[in-house]
Write a protein that binds this ligand. Structure first.
Ligand code: ADP
Length: 264
């Protein structure tokens, strides 16, 4: 049985001033799906996330959240539904990691007071990203990778049904890349959360994502199950890179190995 729709983009287009950045983007993402957003730099990935989040209004088309248009949600109600981890390694906050993650609870209650439910949500989020040991550290003194884990925990603490992430594995070493993606995958499987994440590493896409959205020049080139849409041919066309696909028949996993010369 198909899972209920979590978020839907219908014929969405967007322009910055006169520059067209997204054109006629249509897709629908179900609860519990982990979707990778792939495309070259400047293809419109961040802009699309900002539209799905309600930060930018589409110039044409619409986004639907559950059964209602995104535009009909008040900001606090929207924040209960969608959480976002942006790509901002330079962020600084004069707060401890615990206090920063607590900010994720803002849609759920009065400012400044944490209920026992809030506290549990914060601790659970820090546990999911293996950042509990950073709780009392000043956020500004953390490394890029540690900051990233705390920012992801803040989004998880929001208890939203949809998580949007812009390159969440940036700054993380391989161990933590795998750990964060495993945590996201578990949230999808166990709690039916829908995740849309920008990912540049096609091997991580292949290992973790259920579906992929391929974007170039602001147009959707393909959307569907990863095994169908992430192929040698689509990677060559999308990213201008020659990759050899190697299938492991026993596990069903597919690996991509870069080939020389690059065609870009
Ligand atoms: P990606 O995330 O795929 O790298 P973006 O969505 O950031 O792509 O950008 C898509 C296009 O929109 C790029 O050409 C970029 O220069 C342009 N763009 C992004 N933000 C702005 C802005 N605030 N004002 C004008 N143009 C922008």
């Amino acid at each position: 049985m198909p899972s209920p729709t979590a978020i839907e983009s219908r014929s969405v287009s967007f322009k910055y001033a006169n520059q067209s950045v997204l054109t006629d983007i249509t897709f629908s993402i179900g609860a519990g799906e982990l979707v990778a957003l792939i495309g070259p730099n400047g293809s419109g990935k961040t802009t699309l996330l900002k539209i799905l989040l309600g930060f930018l209004p589409p110039s044409a088309g619409s986004v639907t959240l559950g059964a209602k248009p995104l535009s009909s949600y008040a900001p606090k109600e929207r924040a209960k539904q969608i959480a976002y981890v942006s790509q901002q390694p330079q962020l600084s906050f004069p707060l401890t990691a615990f206090q920063l993650v607590s900010l994720g609870r803002y849609p759920h209650g009065p400012r400044g007071r944490l209920s026992s439910v809030d506290k549990l949500a914060v601790e659970t989020a820090l546990g999911h990203t293996d950042a509990m040991n950073l709780s009392e550290r000043n956020f500004n003194t953390l490394s890029g990778g540690e900051k990233q884990k705390v920012l992801i925990a803040r989004a998880l603490a929001q208890s939203a049904r949809i998580l949007l992430l812009d390159e969440p594995t940036l700054h993380l070493d391989l161990y933590y890349q795998l750990q964060i993606l495993t945590a996201l995958k578990n949230l999808c499987r166990e709690q039916g959360i829908a995740v849309i994440t920008v990912l540049h590493d096609v091997n991580l896409v292949s290992l973790f994502a259920d579906k992929a959205l391929l974007l170039s020049d602001g147009s959707l080139r393909a959307f569907g199950p990863v095994a169908e849409v992430v192929t040698e041919a689509s990677i060559r066309e999308l990213l201008g890179v020659e990759m050899k696909a190697i299938d492991n028949d026993q596990t069903g996993a597919r690996y991509f190995v870069p080939q020389q010369p690059f065609s870009r």
